[in-house]
Design a protein around this ligand. Structure first.
Ligand code: SF4
Length: 238
């Protein structure tokens, strides 16, 4: 009889967490995990909503254009005066040179933002009878409006869940949660729309933004206090 010890093959099955970390998750596993993540985020942030103050589609469009490279809180400090002064798309289109720039100066990049507001106002007044259009295709034709802004308007002003808003918070969280490996916002959006049901996309975006602001900070995420920690592979987090 041989004296050799029997050789056993090492068990190679991985725990769900390791599978996620190694990005071996199957699409249906990822969708299921996303469902659990968003249900935890819903409990953690029951008040998640758009943090830009606006009461009409035009006001939301203006606020979203102003929010580029600026905090929503700062935009909200500027817009009350702006909205009382410029009530229609045509008002922005014919704003005197220098005046609109002064009115939005605090939001930064005010020259290019003023240009976008004037041009978008002119197109809305001339081609859409003064009303902000409610389709992705038409919104994307407005000067200064990209997919992020268009998704914000569609979801929050018109209740249409067309795509998925991708800002810096959402891109960062989607990568840490291994919902995407992409950095290009359009590709991140594709990955998120593949795992979040259409009807939940606008709210899910707000939940991610709230979570990015309160817990999953860019520099030092508070993983020990995070409600989705058991479901997160923490990709890229030291
Ligand atoms: S566990 Fe950490 S990295 Fe993952 S979502 Fe929570 S805070 Fe962000």
């Amino acid at each position: 009889m041989s004296s050799k010890k029997p050789r056993y093959r090492r068990k190679t099955s991985l725990t769900p967490r390791r599978r996620r970390a190694r990005r071996l998750e199957r699409p249906e596993e990822k969708r299921r995990r996303a469902r659990l993540v968003f249900s935890r985020l819903a409990r953690a942030y029951p008040d998640a909503r758009c943090s830009l103050d606006a009461s009409t589609p035009l006001e939301l469009l203006v606020a979203t254009i102003l929010s580029a490279q600026c905090t929503d809180a700062r935009v909200n400090r500027v817009t009350p005066l702006l909205f009382s002064k410029y009530k229609t798309a045509a008002d922005y289109a014919r704003a005197p040179a220098g005046e609109l720039e002064r009115d939005i100066r605090q939001t930064g990049f005010f020259n290019s933002k003023a240009r976008s507001l004037r041009l978008a106002g002119a197109v809305i007044a001339a081609e859409h009878a003064g009303r902000v259009p409610d389709t992705m295709e038409k919104l994307l034709k407005l000067p200064g409006v990209g997919r992020k802004t268009a998704n914000v308007i569609l979801g929050n002003a018109f209740g249409k869940n067309e795509g998925f808003v991708v800002d810096t918070h959402i891109g960062r969280l989607a990568r840490r949660l291994a919902f995407t490996r992409e950095t290009d916002p359009r590709k991140v959006e594709n990955d998120l729309t593949a795992i979040v049901p259409r009807a939940k996309r606008t709210l899910a975006a707000h939940q991610l933004i709230f979570h990015g602001r309160q817990i999953c900070h860019a520099r030092k995420p508070l993983c020990e206090a995070c409600p989705v920690e058991p479901l997160c592979p923490r990709i890229g987090v030291a």
